[in-house]
Unconditional design. Structure first.
Length: 431
């Protein structure tokens, strides 16, 4: 172990030196999408450059150890933490997850302190979940701390809430209250104060974090990514057959108000899409309402609700569709759009939050979320363009695939993180 009495000059790491990195990844599972993919892929890619220890949830242990026994990875060590059983009986599925995550961070402090005493980490990095209003256990360590990617600064535009159920409105109000209370939370303030750098996923989140500490160094980088293996696997998946229609629109995700599926259905009903289909993959509390909406709009015979699917089957349907419609009102990330782009499909989304960062003018159409009527009209116009112009669909799809390969590979993201690590440690040594 290096001595703590070395001078700043000898402490300054050469960029070929492997650092000892501690990663906090509450969500971390192989073979998954969304946040579990963030934790897993950052850990594995970082292990190619540095010696990595990853703290994650104990319920991820079985699947992680099974994967590591089949495909061992050098220089990465997973260790686990959970609340005691008596303190987590109330957490079922999505119920109570926010409170559980908050308590998980606070109760993990002693475990990471023990691990730091054993290993002497050079730097620590919090990578999941993406909510700036929750503290990170890593903020208690007296070593350089990278916080993020974090999100959570975006909300549904107020004018769109009139379509929401009371549950949706309560959800949005509760979310806003969490963000407001976070400014008075001493643990969140400690996390912000001790961050060397905060990586944020949207510009709105960046402005929220700056309200805590205006001099905090921030960088806007989306948390979504894809591995080279993911791209190969997508190539090998055969598309589903049997649509036989001029243009097939696809939505994939949880059927929640914030996902904006109702906007997509209304846009589809407005256009001349008699020979097109709208396929919806996913499950959630809004499904019954969305099915009734499709019937009320007179498009039930052209809309198919397929329910939840495993990722591989979803990709197969995505490859057989023509366009992804993703009118989410405040996704911090954009995991489904990036998968569609990897499949060579154009994306229609709102110019909000994460999808607005992932999708470019070359790879899809971003709709301004002005008010529900204008937005639905613009969505319908964009869908009509896709129906009328197969060449445009092909060109945007090809551009999307290139964009994923050039800008969203995990290997490139992790290389950027690694350069940031060296800059932070060198700056500390000089200071």
């Amino acid at each position: 172990m290096p001595s703590n009495n070395k001078s700043a000059i000898t402490n300054r790491p050469h960029k070929s030196k492997r650092l000892r990195i501690l990663i906090s990844a509450y969500a971390c599972e192989p073979g998954k999408g969304s946040e579990p993919a963030v934790g897993w892929n950052i850990a594995l890619e970082m292990a190619k450059l540095h010696d990595v220890w990853v703290l994650t949830r104990s319920n991820n242990r079985e699947v992680i150890e099974a994967e590591m026994s089949k495909h061992p990875v050098d220089d990465v060590t997973f260790f686990y933490h959970d609340l005691p059983k008596w303190a987590r009986w109330w957490k079922k599925g999505g119920r109570g997850v926010q409170l559980y995550y908050y308590l998980w961070q606070l109760t993990a402090v002693s475990k990471i302190r023990e691990k730091h005493a054993e290993v002497e980490f050079d730097l620590c990095h919090h990578v999941t979940f993406v909510k700036y209003w929750v503290p990170s256990c890593l903020a208690w360590l007296k070593i350089p701390f990278v916080w993020g990617p974090v999100g959570g600064g975006d909300s549904s535009p107020i004018s769109f809430l009139k379509d929401s159920s009371w549950k949706g409105i309560v959800y949005e109000i509760g979310r806003d209250c969490n963000r407001w209370f976070s400014f008075f939370d001493p643990f969140v303030r400690l996390t912000v104060r001790n961050s060397a750098v905060c990586i944020v996923v949207t510009r709105k989140t960046n402005s929220c974090v700056k309200r805590f500490r205006s001099d905090l160094k921030t960088d806007v980088i989306t948390q979504v990514g894809m591995s080279e293996k993911d791209l190969v696997d997508i190539e090998r998946i055969s598309p589903k057959q049997g649509y036989g229609k001029d243009c097939v629109f696809l939505f994939a995700g949880n059927l929640l108000f914030l996902k904006g599926v109702h906007l997509g259905l209304r846009a589809f009903a407005r256009g001349c899409f008699s020979t097109s289909r709208f396929v919806i993959i996913g499950e959630g509390p809004q499904r019954g309402w969305l099915e009734s909406l499709a019937s009320d709009l007179g498009i039930a015979d052209r809309v198919k609700f397929l329910g939840p699917m495993q990722r591989k089957e979803t990709i197969a349907f995505m490859k057989s569709a023509d366009v992804l419609v993703h009118p989410s009102l405040h996704d911090s990330g954009g995991f489904v759009p990036i998968e569609a782009m990897a499949c060579g499909k154009p994306v229609i989304c709102l110019n909000l939050a994460g999808p607005a960062v992932v999708v470019s003018n070359e790879t899809g159409i971003r709709i301004e979320a002005t008010d529900p009527v204008e937005t639905v009209s613009a969505l319908s116009h964009a869908m009509q363009r896709m129906v009328d112009d197969p060449i445009l669909r092909e060109r945007m799809g090809a551009a999307g695939r290139r964009r994923v390969e050039q800008e969203f590979l995990w290997s490139k993201k992790v290389e950027a993180f690694s350069r940031l690590y060296y800059e932070i440690i060198e700056s500390k040594a000089e200071g």
